[in-house]
Design a binder for this molecule. Structure first.
Ligand SMILES: Cc1cc2nc3c(=O)[nH]c(=O)nc-3n(C[C@H](O)[C@H](O)[C@H](O)COP(=O)(O)OP(=O)(O)OC[C@H]3O[C@@H](n4cnc5c(N)ncnc54)[C@H](O)[C@@H]3O)c2cc1C
Length: 299
């Protein structure tokens, strides 16, 4: 089935960047086509406490902030179309997004798809244990009263630990001796008696035994270690989620961006500078550039 209508603006991803872009596009009098494969709010829904988004003294949970973004989007009359874009192509002057059942066409496209998680290098996860291995806490809100393991040493790992410790006992496994998280997160984890941090251990196999996960690894001194857990959360880094871009788009990316018809906004393009306020700013700016593109055309 092929969608007949050609949108002026198609936004892929309804995380903070895509939602902000959609809001501003709508404000400029253009109806955006906003495609989202999951829940609106994106990665932000995982954040335990956001304390660096202006306007929220005392902080706000990522889930609540994402909910507020969603309400504002609804208020502006922006409709979110539930669909995963499996391929984005550019043909005969139009962007064509393919989803499982439909094709959507547009004159400009905003890729606001954020990042996808990396799997720890060399880690073997047995098929029997895979259902208890998660990459996002937002995908496992039901985890409660469990022994939970987290692998990672950055902000996300310690933020996950804080979130999970509200209802579970948590052990964080860090490969190196050094943590790479914000001091404030470390301090909070250190003070939380339900969180234990084990440094210098690389978990390299996840199996299952008597209904539990069996984590096996090695210490930095080469000693074998094993531990049990009910669930495992992996937070060892992320990479841009751009696998759905066609070869043709990848090859002509610079040209399409120079023509001001293709935009990347938010975490998908921000390297290590992955923050909500940056993504929101990117989304707003992108929408304003798109507004300018169409107003120049109308002259
Ligand atoms: C644990 C944790 C704590 C954090 N804490 C903070 C904090 O305190 N302060 C702060 O500023 N930031 C924080 N962040 C970072 C913040 O969540 C991100 O910077 C922000 O969500 C990025 O927004 P985005 O819109 O660029 O990408 P994302 O939020 O990743 O949104 C991308 C969206 O695109 C959708 N998508 C992807 N591919 C497709 C496709 N092919 N088709 C359709 N839809 C697709 C996804 O489902 C997702 O909804 C935290 C992140 C984590 C994980």
């Amino acid at each position: 089935m092929t969608g007949q209508r050609i949108s002026r603006v198609m936004i892929i991803g309804a995380g903070p960047a895509g939602m902000a872009a959609a809001l501003q596009v709508a404000r400029q009098g253009i109806t955006p086509l906003l495609l989202e494969r999951g829940e609106t709010g994106g990665l932000l829904r995982n954040a335990h406490r956001v304390e660096n988004y202006p306007g929220f003294p005392g902080g706000v949970s990522g889930r609540r902030l994402a909910g507020l973004f969603r309400s504002q989007l609804e208020e502006a009359g922006v409709v979110v179309s539930r669909a995963e874009v499996v391929k984005l192509d550019y043909r005969e002057g139009l962007f064509v997004a393919e989803t499982a059942g439909e094709k959507f066409r547009s004159r400009t496209a905003v890729v606001a798809t954020g990042t996808r998680p990396l799997k720890p290098e060399g880690m073997e996860i047995s098929p029997a244990s895979a259902a208890r291995v998660f990459y996002e806490v937002a995908a496992a809100r039901e985890v409660s009263g469990e022994e939970v393991a987290v692998v990672g040493a950055g902000d996300a790992a310690f933020d996950y630990a804080l979130y999970l410790s509200e209802r579970n006992r948590v052990t964080v496994y860090c490969r190196g001796e050094k943590r790479r998280c914000l001091p404030v997160l470390w301090e909070r984890c250190r003070r939380e008696e339900k969180i234990r941090v084990v440094s210098g251990v690389q978990i390299d196999a996840v199996g299952s035994q008597k209904g539990k996960l069996l984590l096996e690894g090695v210490t930095s001194q080469g000693k074998d270690v094993s531990a049990k857990a009910d669930s495992l959360f992996l937070a060892v880094g992320r990479e841009p989620a751009i696998d759905f871009l066609s070869k043709q788009i990848r090859e002509s990316m610079d040209g399409l961006r120079e023509k001001k018809i293709l935009y990347l906004a938010g975490d998908v393009k921000n390297g290590i500078f992955r923050q909500t306020a940056i993504s929101v700013g990117d989304g707003i700016r992108t929408a304003m550039e798109i507004g300018r593109y169409f107003s120049e055309e109308d002259k």
